[in-house]
Design a protein around this ligand. Structure first.
Ligand code: DGY
Length: 321
């Protein structure tokens, strides 16, 4: 008898077919709407494996319903949507999709940095709204990227990939991490710094650390006040790491120059969120890993994690032991 699984969103047909070969599959077939909690609560009772996205909250009360549940395969590298402790206590394996999205997410992070520094969204709106009357010496002048100091908060895979891009722009690169990484310092010529020094010194602060109870509100009023009025904050990790109310205050009072955000505390971001009223805030809808190739790779890896485990082998990327 094939193991039973539930997939919480439409995924590419060929990857779905792979799973259908190995498992008895039920799926929430929508592309743009999340599976209602009531349906998830019903489906999880029946299955051996769950294939989910970062949009589903996999908490203990949900896991408790999965009497046969043995694996939760998250189609994301981040897994803050899953209560890992509860899963471990219930002997449920959790897997994620690291590696395959590193370069794509670093690309988006650097693109957002450039877009924010050079005021590209504002400039494009300026033109479309018919405000462009003439070339003017200081019109839409932004900040230089070349030769500036980049501070990376969280030197993991994506941090390293971002540092490589920044080297091409002759940037000085400093980083803060829970534990210093001498091998990365040697390989990439980056320098370890305390968070406080990094915030004081950097022209660009890029948040790439995972979201945990320790990193929630890591950047708030006090930290933003350490930054220079010409500095830019970029966040492509998770929203809750930066306190949005404090960020709004810092931006509106020009305590920092600008922010580029791909992630928010509550997603989707409401269109009447105060941050969206600011021209010095560039906001994107969590598209860090959104290229066709990378999203396919993530979907495939999540499927591989699930199938390998249900066939009795160790999946490539376990989050809990
Ligand atoms: C992840 O994988 O955690 C990203 O946020 C989505 O690509």
């Amino acid at each position: 008898m094939k193991p039973k699984i539930f997939i919480t969103r439409k995924i590419p047909e060929d990857i779905l077919a792979l799973m259908e070969e190995a498992c008895e599959v039920k799926i929430w077939p929508e592309e743009d709407t999340t599976v209602p909690r009531s349906i998830l609560e019903q489906e999880i009772r029946e299955v051996d494996g769950l294939y989910c996205l970062l949009t589903e909250s996999i908490d203990d009360s949900l896991l408790a319903l999965g009497k046969n549940l043995k694996i939760v395969s998250n189609m994301a590298v981040g897994y803050n949507n899953i209560d890992i402790e509860a899963a471990t206590a219930r002997n449920i394996l959790v897997t994620n999709t690291p590696g395959v999205l590193t370069e794509t997410t670093a690309d988006l992070t650097f693109a957002l940095l450039m877009m924010t520094a050079r005021r590209m969204e504002e400039a494009s709106q300026y033109l479309r709204q018919g405000k462009w009357k003439t070339w003017s010496p200081m019109l839409l002048a932004g900040q230089d990227i070349f030769g500036a100091t980049l501070g990376i908060v969280g030197m993991g895979r994506i941090g390293e990939a971002l540092a490589k891009r920044a080297k091409g722009f002759d940037m000085k690169i400093i980083y803060y991490n829970r534990t210093p990484k001498p091998e990365v310092e040697k390989k990439l010529g980056v320098l370890y710094s305390s968070l406080e020094e990094l915030l004081k010194e950097s022209d660009f602060v890029c948040i790439l650390t995972p979201y945990t109870t320790e990193t929630r509100n890591l950047i708030g009023k006090k930290e933003l006040e350490l930054m220079k009025p010409t500095s830019i904050l970029i966040n492509t990790s998770r929203g809750g790491i930066v306190n949005e109310e404090d960020l709004y205050e810092a931006l509106v009072h020009h305590k920092i120059y600008a922010a580029g955000l791909d992630v928010f505390d509550k997603e989707p971001l409401s269109t009447n969120h105060p941050l969206l009223t600011l021209t010095n805030c560039v906001a994107l809808p969590h598209i860090g890993s959104a290229t066709i190739k990378t999203r396919r790779e993530m979907a495939r890896l999540a499927a591989q994690n699930l199938i390998t485990f249900l066939q009795g082998q160790q999946p490539p990327h376990c989050v809990n032991p």
